[in-house]
Design a protein around this ligand. Structure first.
Ligand code: SAH
Length: 497
């Protein structure tokens, strides 16, 4: 098998990256096929061959999958952001549930099962039912944040659009179907302003020109708009900012217009310096009863409708009665913490990025939630804090780590602290399964509930909320024990093994 060979593949599965996976008819060699979906029989061209598998790109569907639907977006394949767009939405939700089940079984050795298939029956250790993925009624136009690169297309025409999958070639396309339609009008206002005043777009190769990116954020419930224009260098005058502001203000709900300066040769979109041109330096949005202030730099979940379901599930699993001390680890700007604080006695939020903690504190004040305390710290380093503050002993711990999951040291700390419940919010089912295996191995916890949530319709990612409950909730937790000692004992045991 060589590069550029033509092959025929029956697709039986989807990869984490959204490629179809299947075997060739002749040799039974496994291929990851771009643009093919589960159930398809396709003709493809080989792009790369490894020892035991290869990569290919679909040229033609020979027999379409029963789940195949036409792409709504004309550049769905070129853009690559919507790997699942040609799969029927109900099937997307089913695939995400199956991914969670499969990872829990194969990586976590947990007997996860769904409703139907025999392969996913409940035999084995730690049987747990994985609920159907919580999806959206309307899985389009859900994103509240869009970042459009501005530059020149192949014909040297000034455009705003999207990078063609894994390249820096801009395809003109202002109207992403995952974001609000108004994004396109805002982008067109900026482009026509640039044409009128001859303002050059930034060119990555020569590192000349001015306008690099357009960042647009939208308050889902408040209707407020934020536009941030990212420029190369401190030459704001060239932007003809007054005229640009006057044009952008025509957009109903425009609440914040700023320029951000980024002169670095980097893929990072925002620079450190932001100047306000109009309105407030932030917009506001609500999730459930809570209000949040969001600046150009703030981390905020991009799908507000599903975020409410995700946090609602985490809150339900936390089972709060009003007497609990809760720790929210990896708390970001404190969104989950504040959700929990509505029902808990006291919430402690821990996060490694200082700016996010500043936002969390502001958001707590904005929402009048005084039973919260936020600290800049790495989640794996909370143990020394707790030895000094017995009143902060957690009844419930919530974790929402980045894709790499929890540090092993944190998992040991959680086991030593033995809270009644652990709620694990995960954006990567593989590291979730790995971490759950460690928590369950101790025998102290039972995995009660697993709920996949679809935060990114049309893309392959899946978010999962899990509830673990302590089998012996009345165990006296001895946080007077020096946790450093606990690690030492554990490490020396490990070395003996
Ligand atoms: N719970 C938040 C954010 C989750 S994203 C929300 O729903 O909005 C994960 C967060 O973990 C990020 O804010 C990241 O900065 C933070 N983080 C990454 N490594 C960390 C660590 N070792 N300790 C604490 N926080 C960390």
């Amino acid at each position: 098998m060589n590069k550029n060979d033509r092959i025929e593949v029956a697709i039986t599965d989807m990869s984490d990256q959204g490629e179809g996976i299947g075997k060739t008819r002749e040799g039974g060699f496994t291929f990851f096929v771009k643009d093919a979906i589960v159930g398809d029989f396709v003709r493809a061209v080989v792009t790369k061959v490894m020892k035991n598998y290869g990569y290919a790109k679909m040229i033609e569907v020979i027999t379409p999958s029963p789940y195949r639907v036409p792409a709504r977006c004309p550049i769905a394949r070129a853009c690559g952001g919507c790997q699942f767009q040609e799969i029927d939405y109900a099937k997307q939700l089913q695939l995400k549930r199956e991914t969670v089940i499969r990872k829990l079984r194969h990586i976590g050795h947990i007997a996860a099962f769904g409703d139907d298939t025999e392969e996913f029956s409940s035999e084995g250790k730690n049987p747990v039912y994985v609920a159907p993925t919580l999806g959206m009624d309307d899985p389009w136009r859900y994103r509240n944040k869009t970042q459009l690169p501005i530059g020149y297309d192949r014909e040297k025409k000034l455009v705003a659009g999207f990078y063609a999958g894994r390249t820096h070639v801009i395809i003109a396309h202002e109207d992403c179907l995952l974001a609000d339609a108004e994004n396109a009008s805002i982008a067109r206002i900026v482009l026509s302003h640039m044409r009128r005043y001859n303002i050059p777009a930034y060119d990555e190769n020569s590192r000349t020109g001015l306008v690099r990116h357009l960042l647009i954020r939208h308050g889902h419930t408040t209707g407020q708009w934020m536009v941030c224009i990212i420029i190369n260098g401190r030459v704001k005058d060239l932007l003809h900012a007054d005229e640009l502001v006057a044009a952008l203000k025509e957009q109903p709900g425009m609440a914040s217009i700023s320029v951000n300066i980024n002169s670095k040769n980097t893929n990072v979109i925002l620079g450190e310096e932001t100047h306000l041109l109009f309105g407030t330096p932030y917009i506001e949005d609500t999730i459930g009863p809570l209000t949040f202030r969001i600046g150009p730099h703030s981390f905020f979940q991009v799908n507000p409708v599903q975020t409410e379901k995700l946090y609602g599930t985490a809150l339900e699993y936390a089972g709060l009665t009003g007497n609990e001390v809760v720790w929210d680890l990896y708390c970001g700007i404190g969104t989950i913490s504040l959700f929990l604080a509505q029902k808990a006695k006291q919430v402690y939020g821990v996060e490694i990025v200082p700016q996010a903690i500043e936002n969390a504190k502001d958001n707590a004040i904005l929402n009048n939630l005084t039973n919260t305390e936020f600290m800049v710290r790495s989640a794996e380093d909370i143990a020394p804090l707790l030895t000094k503050r017995p009143e902060a002993k957690p009844g419930v711990i919530v974790v929402d780590p980045p894709r790499k999951g929890c540090d092993e040291k944190l998992l040991s700390t959680m086991l030593a602290l033995a809270p009644q419940r652990i709620v694990y919010v995960s954006c990567d089912p593989a590291t979730l399964a790995r971490d759950l295996a460690i928590l369950l191995e101790s025998g102290a916890y039972r995995l009660e509930k697993v709920q996949p949530v679809d935060m990114f319709p049309m893309a392959g990612h899946v978010e999962t909320v899990c509830l673990l409950s302590n089998r012996k909730p009345d165990t006296k937790v001895r946080i007077d024990v020096d946790l450093e000692d606990y690690y030492r004992i554990k490490d020396s045991k490990k070395n003996q093994d």
